[in-house]
Ligand binder design. Sequence first.
Ligand code: FES
Ligand code: FES
Length: 158
Amino acid sequence: MAKCHVTTTINGDPVEFLCEPQQTLLDVLRDELQLTGSKEGCGSGDCGACSVTLDGRLVCSCLVLGVEAEGRSVDTIEGMATGDHLHPLQQKFLDHAALQCGVCTPGFLVAAKALLEKHPDPTETQVRYWLAGNLCRCTGYDKIVRAVMDAAAEMRGA
Ligand code: FES
Ligand code: FES
């Protein structure tokens, strides 16, 4: 089957790629563009490890086709830091030891960033609800929630 040509924007940069019509955005990111930060935990929309934003909306990239990125803007974990300067969420995950194996971490970070862009001052309950679609087998979630709350406070200048 002929491959599809897709023109898109990824982490602010114009990008073109070829993909199979049935190839997921997650597979395109990882296998065609070598952006391997987004992880495949389940491939069925259940774990959130593949989270990216598409035109600013949080999505599971395993449930989006690569061709759906045509003309749109994709943001992945690779675009979160600014050069060597970590995003406050990334720094707080380190400070709070909010990761163990790390497979879930890119998805949590992308999802938490999307939360703080909508709700800069979330309650703990809002953080827990927002991140309910992100599964972690290792941490027990408390450290993750604390890291997000702490990053939110720092980003508000509190
Ligand atoms: S890999 Fe996409 S939700 Fe689990
Ligand atoms: S740190 Fe291992 S799954 Fe979350």
